[in-house]
Design a protein around this ligand. Sequence first.
Ligand code: SF4
Length: 161
Amino acid sequence: MANPKSKILVSACLYGFCCRYDGKSNLLKDKLFMALKNSGRLVPVCAEELGGLSTPRIPSEIKNGKVISKEGKDVTSQFELGAQKALEIAKKNNVRVAILKEGSPSCGSKRINDGSFTGTKISGEGVLARKLIENGIPVFNENEIHLALVLANGDPNHHHH
Ligand code: SF4
């Protein structure tokens, strides 16, 4: 049976929380996103804060499968813990899809920085995005909200024509 009210996991910084490494938000003013927000369907999470990292914090990038801060500290375990906690929140809320901030070492789903801290992007997934996908929760970015909604609103057992 269709469940048009399924919840959607979102990056807390898109929702408007100031949880970015630099203490700012990525507040998304897209009309569709605002409507979803008002409907109460969005479940905001920041994997990096859930993993115990402070805000503001030293930025990190993924290099050779590890997450390394700009000061050279290995923060892989914090990122993994945060992703695991976010997954548990997703499951508890029966979310069907996630809308996450593109480019982040946690939330990026198509592009991430290459680990050189030069702003160079490569194709790849952040730690949370990968965790969700591995657990059957598709991840879309802030430019793909309409695509996320097709899945979030659709009947999982039927194709509509
Ligand atoms: Fe936003 Fe995700 Fe980074 Fe948190 S981890 S600040 S939610 S992009």
